[in-house]
Each structure stands twice: as structure tokens, then as C-alpha cells.
Design a protein around this ligand. Structure first.
Ligand code: SF4
Length: 220
């Protein structure tokens, strides 16, 4: 017998550390404390889900993305583009496998909590990401194909918060990212009762936090 409350929330890692966000889109210098402090004050344990873009896109700086982006964007619409798309698809396949592998690890943790009498209140997933988005995501392949048409190539070559806070919400569409769709699939398969809440980071922050906390039935 000790003080543990046996209530857990899982969050996308960038909610704890905005330094992991894609360059140009960190909205805080560190954690999103306005969201985390009420959770902590309610005596809930916080588990972080790994930032898979750091693992699969070349670290914090997304070096893999920025290494190939100039070549990809130069060839959009050219006769070489179908070949580039083919390679992009096979890279995405590998990335999806990574998401699947990491989702399995988290599901096993959740199962362990569940079997040990803990309650998982939910998952808070950053909702503007090709990886962690749950109700909103960015279709990576679609967007790459449309960079020229949308006239946003320059913005991604040198991303800044001012530009990205206008562009990113416009690129979002309904649907789940690679990691969260895998999490949802495996939660269903294992019949775990875990809700996923999409955290709309570009909304008015105070209002969005209230929405998320209400969904979790937590007091501020
Ligand atoms: S949304 Fe997911 S992949 Fe993107 S920075 Fe946050 S944790 Fe990493």
C-alpha cells in the first residue's frame, strides 16, 4: 500500500517537450504546461509515447526530410516524379512498420496497467501530425505532390512559426496519422477501453485545453 493513484494518461511526447516538433512549429519553449499542470494536480501519472518522427525522419532536426526535400520539390510534376513517389512510398512503408512496432510496445504497457488494476484515462495525441494526429492529420504524400500547386515550397525550406501557424492548419484533413491509426487498431483488437483525444494545438490554447480536460472529466 502506498500513495499511487493508479490513474494514467498517455500523451504525445511533444506535449511534454515542444523541442521535438518539426522545425518551425514549436508553440512553447518546453512543455505545454497549461495542459500538463491540471493533469498533475489531479494526481494522474503521465506516460509519454515516443516521438516517431524523431526516430524515423532523422532526429530533432528531421535531417532525412531536409536532405531529400530540395530534390523532391525540384522534381514535382517532372517525368522523374513517379519514380520519386515510388521511393517515397517504400520509405513510408518502412515508417509505418516502425509505427506499428512502437504501437505494439505501448499496447503491452497498457495491457500491463489494465491487468494490474490501473485505469488509463486516455491518450492525448497532437492532432496536426502525419504521425500522431487522431481526428486531424496531414497526408504526407498528397501534400508533397501538391507543394508547387499550393505554393508552399519556400515555407518548408525555411520554416518559421509565423508562416507555419497559418499553413499547417490548412494542410490538415480529417483522419488519423500513421502512429495513431495503428494505436486505435491495436486498442480495438485487444479490447482495451482507452479513448484517444486529438489535441488541436493551433486552436485557442486555453479553450482547447478546457475541451481536452472536459473530455477526460478532469477539473482545472
Ligand atoms: S506530433 Fe508526434 S511525431 Fe510529431 S513531434 Fe509530436 S510526438 Fe513527435
Amino acid at each position: 500500500m502506498d500513495k499511487r493513484g493508479k490513474r494514467i494518461i498517455y500523451v504525445s511526447q511533444c506535449i511534454l517537450n515542444q523541442n521535438l516538433r518539426f522545425p518551425g512549429i514549436a508553440i512553447e519553449s518546453g512543455a505545454i504546461s497549461e495542459l500538463l499542470i491540471p493533469i498533475m494536480k489531479n494526481g494522474i501519472g503521465i506516460e509519454s509515447m515516443p516521438c516517431l518522427e524523431r526516430l524515423g525522419w532523422g532526429g530533432v532536426q528531421r535531417t532525412t526530410f531536409f536532405k531529400y526535400f530540395p530534390m523532391i520539390s525540384k522534381n514535382i510534376g517532372s517525368f522523374k516524379f513517379p519514380i520519386i513517389k515510388f521511393f517515397l512510398r517504400s520509405w513510408l512503408k518502412k515508417y509505418k512498420n516502425l509505427c506499428k512496432k512502437e504501437a505494439k510496445k505501448i499496447i503491452l504497457q497498457m495491457q500491463d496497467y489494465h491487468n494490474s488494476g490501473y485505469t488509463i484515462l486516455g491518450i492525448i495525441a497532437t492532432n496536426d501530425s502525419p504521425t500522431c494526429g487522431y481526428t486531424q492529420t496531414i497526408n504526407f504524400l498528397e501534400i508533397i505532390s501538391k507543394f508547387k500547386e499550393l505554393d508552399i515550397k519556400g515555407e518548408f525550406e525555411n520554416p518559421t512559426l509565423e508562416k507555419m501557424k497559418i499553413i499547417i492548419p490548412r494542410l490538415c484533413e480529417n483522419g488519423s496519422g500513421y502512429f495513431m491509426s495503428e494505436m486505435a487498431k491495436q486498442i480495438k483488437r485487444r479490447e482495451l477501453k482507452v479513448d484517444i483525444i486529438g489535441f488541436n494545438i493551433w486552436n485557442n490554447l486555453a479553450e482547447e485545453i478546457e475541451v481536452v480536460l472536459n473530455k477526460l472529466n478532469l477539473t482545472v
